[in-house]
Ligand binder design. Structure first.
Ligand SMILES: *Cc1c(COP(=O)(O)O)cnc(C)c1O
Length: 402
């Protein structure tokens, strides 16, 4: 958007002309330090060291462990491989309890290595795994729990730790959304046996593709370092089964350059979040999820919950109308891992135990934010939503005519 406000009468659904001339996607990358990145790219080409634990990867790992106050950071080529390796290094087997309200990679990282993901319901308010439900899912085959800090809001790690201790379970956190956040005064990255970040292009901090495992466990860290590099310990010496999970130098250069501007991204995301929240507050049927400021969240996700009854429009109709305006709002993680293959065939009745998951995922939409979105964009998006809600009866008639 070039700052020029469109009139609300330009609504695509009525005039055939979208409010935004170009599509505004959810998950456009945060790009904040072009010069820093390009300078480092030149250094990489001068060094002729492109991958295999290069100087930028080493620096990236140090910067992250310093920021988080965690002993070990092992950078990887993406978050999914980081999850797979962490799960394997923790020797999880049999069954592992996870929320179904997550990106499919959390479940796949287990199933990929023949471990059964057992889907646990979430808390309707926090959207994270409900500790009260976890114990019911434990069987003699259960070896671990993978919690997900959904939308960057940390799980109830205290309750999860208690259950894990009682039943001798390993705990891993999928912290793909929660980089740089904290929980009760402790940085995310220090909970459970290990935590995994994703630095995918859509995430708060991106390295094009990338991820990392962080842990305070020395033995585990050594094993993970071996596993991500084919099990090599020095030249010509393989001592463990491994794979290729290495991060390359370009990715690390991108990560470091963005780390230099981390506070800038957080404060921009925070401004966007507050603008959305305050703007949408008074619209009946729409509520924006809240973040706890004390946890220094990264505010990367603008999550609305739509009340279909109050709106008289379904969540999916609402998304369609926004798409007509070139606002590519998204459903996220719908309809839940338990309703996707192969899990829906494995556990056709899993939904019976996941009422909150089904409810939450059917009313959530994600709105665009990040460095690619301006305050004017957000004003227009909010104005449009207000317009849609106040004209919902008429819109419903138009939609039902189709
Ligand atoms: C993005 C994401 C992943 C996977 O990370 P990649 O880097 O894309 O492989 C895993 N879990 C969650 C919750 C995610 O959002």
């Amino acid at each position: 958007m070039n700052g020029k406000k469109q009139k609300i009468s330009d609504l695509g659904i009525f005039s055939g002309k979208p409010a935004f001339p170009e599509k505004i996607h959810v998950g456009r990358p945060n790009i904040v330090n072009r010069k820093g990145f390009l300078d480092r790219v030149n250094t990489i080409l001068d060094n002729q060291w492109l991958t295999n634990n290069g100087p930028f990867v080493q620096e990236f790992e140090k910067r992250i462990s310093g920021l988080i106050g965690v002993k070990h950071c092992i950078a990887m080529c993406n978050g999914t491989i980081a999850l797979e390796i962490a799960i394997r290094a923790l020797e999880m087997t049999g069954e592992v309890i996870i929320p179904s309200a997550t990106f499919i990679a959390t479940a796949h990282a287990l199933q990929w290595q023949a471990i059964t993901p057992v889907f646990c319901d979430i808390d309707e308010k926090t959207h994270t795994i409900d500790p009260k439900q976890i114990e019911q899912m434990i069987t003699p085959r259960t070896t671990g729990i993978v919690g997900v800090h959904l939308w960057g809001r940390p799980c109830n790690t205290e309750a999860i730790q208690e259950i894990a201790q009682k039943h001798h379970l390993k705990v891993l956190y999928d912290a793909a959304h929660a980089f740089a956040a904290s929980h009760n005064g402790k940085m995310v990255g220090n909970f459970g046996d290990a935590e995994v970040f994703s630095f995918h292009a859509t995430k708060f901090l991106n390295t094009f593709e990338g991820g990392a495992v962080v842990t305070n466990n020395d033995v585990l860290a050594d094993r993970i370092r071996l596993m991500k590099n084919f099990g090599f310990k020095g030249y010509d010496n393989v001592i463990y089964i491994g794979t290729n999970g290495k991060m390359n130098e370009l990715s690390a250069a991108m990560g470091i350059s963005s780390l230099d501007k981390l506070e800038e991204i957080i404060s921009l995301n925070r401004d966007h979040y507050i603008q959305y929240r305050d703007n949408l507050k008074s619209i009946p049927g729409i509520s924006c999820i809240s973040y706890n400021e004390d946890n220094h969240p990264n505010y990367q996700y603008i999550i609305l919950e739509l009340d279909e009854q109050q709106l008289l429009l379904s969540r999916d109709q609402f998304v369609r109308i926004l798409h007509g305006e070139n606002i590519l709002a998204r459903r996220y993680f719908y309809p839940g891992c338990h309703r996707m293959e192969p899990y829906s065939s494995f556990f056709p009745h899993a939904g019976l135990l996941l009422p909150n998951t089904d409810k939450v995922l059917s009313r959530v939409i994600v709105l665009p934010t990040g460095t690619a979105v301006t305050h004017d964009d957000i004003d227009i998006i909010c104005e449009l939503m207000r317009y849609i809600v106040s004209h919902r009866k008429k819109i419903r008639e138009i939609l039902s005519d189709e």
